[in-house]
Design a protein around this ligand. Structure first.
Ligand code: SAH
Ligand code: TMP
Ligand code: ZN
Length: 408
């Protein structure tokens, strides 16, 4: 029995993924024998409804000077984050007298828009390699983990923030109370804290189980975020669904009663009830669907292997670490994974040790089937690769929400 990280209630495991490696921990040959594994299990809290990991590796094992995820690898995401800044600029009238903070700015994909618009800002990014790229774009970055102490120091050194942004970071942080205490301190009395993360409603509806990996300790819903905000004298006053990362939700938070409450929140809470996000049995059913995807995909890959087909994968995503390790996708089934991120190339995927190659190597190969690990970027990738796939008669294999072969 474990206690909920948010409300301390006893929580029960609903899914056991067994031993899993660091999702972004790409390894060299020499590192095969001393790879780190942890026991990955997810639980549902019947009181505050937060879905969470039972155990998470130490943060320094995941976020460091060799962090392998570079946000700017997707052109679509570049546009998405420019639009996020436009949205908050309109809401908060951001300009040269404002102060904006971004938690987890990575290579500056979002914060570069503050530089362009001349908005005084601070990016908080503990992974030194990606933080350095952000600095080269002229962004003011501190290489630290955001928490209450950092929020206090920031509000003293700078001033209270009119806007605090965060994308795909909040769900990574187990010490959420320290973060929300920090937000309470750093946020101006009329400020907005807007953050977005993969949405539990989409995960359940699409069976996108691969959002579950070491870095993602929380799977938020409007209900659980609202509960958490209330615990800190803050309020979830608006929300906006996003199509990114296979379905995300943006949460807008302010000091209690500082902004009018949007009907979007009450509507979403109703919708979440209809999905059963407040009931443990929903997650038991989710489990069964994951096992169906697992048996269908392994049967397909095994069949193609027996037929002597050339099967490769596209996108060495953190999500695919869960898929490969939980399903048992070996280098016998998948010859290599193509990825545009230089730090991943020439290395092997965490746990299953499938070689990672460049997009140029992929383009020089003649695959029969390509398993799309980066399924959340399907539109962008399928458009970019359409001519190549046609030229060699290759087909895509998708596995979210179900196993499917897509002819090009
Ligand atoms: N915002 C980017 C990056 C998401 S990846 C995007 O959406 O593409 C998650 C990032 O959060 C990593 O760069 C990691 O180093 C950073 N991070 C992890 N814990 C953090 C913390 N406590 N404070 C600030 N950033 C953190
Ligand atoms: P993500 O799903 O966490 O955003 O990771 C996407 C991964 O896929 C990242 O390693 C970069 C890679 N990628 C490509 O190799 N080609 C592409 O066209 C895109 C969009 C991503
Ligand atoms: Zn709880």
């Amino acid at each position: 029995m474990k206690n909920c990280l948010i409300c301390q209630t006893n929580i029960d495991v609903f899914m056991d993924f067994g031993q899993q490696p660091i999702a972004n921990g790409f390894v060299t040959n020499e590192q095969f024998n001393d790879e780190y594994f942890f026991h990955m299990q997810t639980a549902f809290c019947p009181k505050c409804t937060m879905v969470q990991l039972i155990e998470q590796p130490d943060r320094e094992k995941m976020f460091h000077e060799n962090y392998a995820f570079f946000s700017s690898t997707s052109n679509y995401m570049v546009k998405h984050f420019a639009a996020f800044v436009d949205d908050m600029t309109a809401r908060q009238n951001l300009g040269e007298n404002s102060f904006a903070v971004e938690i987890g700015c990575n290579d500056g994909i979002l914060s570069q828009n503050f530089v362009k618009a001349g908005v005084p800002h601070l990016g908080v990014e503990p992974s030194k390699n990606v933080a350095e790229i952000a600095r080269q774009k002229g962004i003011n970055v501190t290489t630290e983990f955001f928490d209450k102490a950092l929020a206090e120091a920031t509000s003293e050194e700078y001033k209270k923030a009119d806007a605090i942004f965060s994308a795909n970071v909040m769900c990574h942080i187990p010490y959420m109370h320290s973060v929300f205490e920090g937000i309470k301190i750093l946020l101006d009395e009329n400020g907005i804290f807007a953050f977005e993360d993969p949405y539990l409603g989409d995960i359940i509806q699409k069976t996108s189980f691969d959002q579950i990996y070491d870095e993602h300790v929380f799977f938020f819903s409007a209900h659980s975020v609202s509960y958490l905000a209330n615990m800190h004298g803050l309020e979830l006053f608006d929300i906006a669904p996003q199509i990114t990362h296979g379905g995300s939700m943006r949460y807008y938070i302010t000091h209690k009663d500082a902004k009018p409450l949007s009907q979007n929140v009450s509507k979403q809470l109703e919708f979440e009830k209809s999905l059963g996000l407040h009931e443990g049995k929903t997650f038991t059913a989710f489990n069964a669907k994951i096992d169906k995807i697992k048996s269908d995909l392994i049967a397909l890959l095994q069949k193609l292997h027996n037929e002597g087909k050339k099967v490769v994968a596209y996108g060495a995503t953190s999500k695919s670490t869960t898929t490969a390790n939980y399903f048992g996708i070996t280098p016998q089934l998948i010859e290599f994974v193509s990825d545009t991120t230089p730090i991943k190339q020439g290395k092997y995927t965490p746990g299953m040790h499938i070689p990672v190659v460049s997009q140029e190597t992929f383009a020089a190969s003649k695959p029969d089937y390509v398993l799309l690990f980066a399924w959340n970027h399907a539109k962008e990738i399928m458009e970019n690769e359409a001519a190549f796939m046609k030229s060699c008669g290759a087909k895509w294999i998708m596995y979210i929400p179900k196993v499917e072969i897509i002819e090009v």
